[in-house]
Design a protein around this ligand. Structure first.
Ligand code: SAM
Length: 260
């Protein structure tokens, strides 16, 4: 007899002590919006990339006070850097000082990160690469301005700097406050058929919203195989019919509807 999923499913771990300690004790002390579940999955994805020999810098648009950024950066290996991009003007200009202080408090020293106060609408791919020593990125989290136009532009810029096996994660997908963002993603995927959805990370709350994980189609199968193993306890069995693609769904609630 097959075992029924337990609820809630276990919280994934990154497998990097500093990142797991931060997720356990520090994550909710840093103001921010992303879910701890998504941070744990993304940290584990970074370690998975390390395990397959993929190194390199990472970036986030919309670091705010650093909640998600710190979790990602702590999952990197020595010598890799995390680029944090934000306008750093909301809700007041002191957010930049709070970001720097939060990074230091949680063990993210200055040499492991690059802070870039800029408007992502003005960034050029060459500028992004220059900030991280010219290396292609292995992971990009996009959580800046939530308009269709801005998301499309941020995606275009990210894609231009990604390593072949790079992963792009989009925040606030299927969020009731931004219902049309999904339209931009679907249209962008139609224009960029070499990219596809790899996984949907289910929400914890409305604010700690769903994220989409994208990768190049050439790497979907190898990532999928590893993720089915690594995230076994968090796989929702039916997956997502993300027309014309199928992709994984990961969550803390993996139960199916009861059918009599
Ligand atoms: C929802 S908050 C990010 C939360 C954070 N990623 C987390 O998980 O806790 C969105 C951030 O995007 C930034 N932002 C909005 N538009 C931007 C733009 N055009 N360029 C850079 N940053 C932008 C805002 O300043 C804000 O800090």
């Amino acid at each position: 007899m097959s075992e029924l999923p337990t609820f809630p499913a276990p919280m994934p771990t990154v497998g990097v002590a500093a990142a797991d300690a931060y997720l356990e004790h520090g994550y909710h002390t840093v103001p921010g919006m992303s879910s701890r579940f998504a941070a744990a999955v993304c940290g584990r994805l970074l370690r998975l990339q390390t395990e397959i020999g993929l190194g390199g810098p990472i970036a986030e648009i919309g670091t705010f006070e650093g909640r998600f950024f710190i979790a990602l950066a702590l999952a990197l290996t020595p010598g890799e850097v995390a680029l944090g991009i934000d306008l750093f003007d909301w809700p007041n200009p002191q957010v930049l000082e709070r970001f720097e202080a939060n990074c230091l408090q949680h063990g993210l020293d200055a040499e492991r990160r690059v802070t870039w106060k800029t408007d992502s609408r003005t960034m050029q791919p060459a500028d992004i690469l220059a900030k991280v020593g010219g290396k292609k990125l292995r992971f990009f989290h996009i959580d800046g301005e939530h308009s269709r136009d801005a998301l499309t532009r941020d995606l275009d810029r990210a894609v231009a700097v990604m390593a072949p096996e790079g992963i792009i994660v989009l925040d606030d997908m299927l969020h009731p406050g931004y219902p049309t963002l999904m339209v931009a993603v679907q249209q962008w995927l139609e224009r960029n058929p070499e990219w596809c959805p790899l996984a949907i990370l289910d929400r914890e709350t409305i604010v700690a919203a769903t994220k989409f994980v994208l990768c190049r189609r050439d790497f979907f199968k190898s990532y999928e195989a590893r993720m089915l193993e690594v995230f076994k306890a968090n796989v929702w069995p039916l997956g997502a019919d993300f027309e014309p693609h199928w992709c994984l769904v990961l969550g803390l609630d993996t139960r199916l509807a009861a059918i009599t």
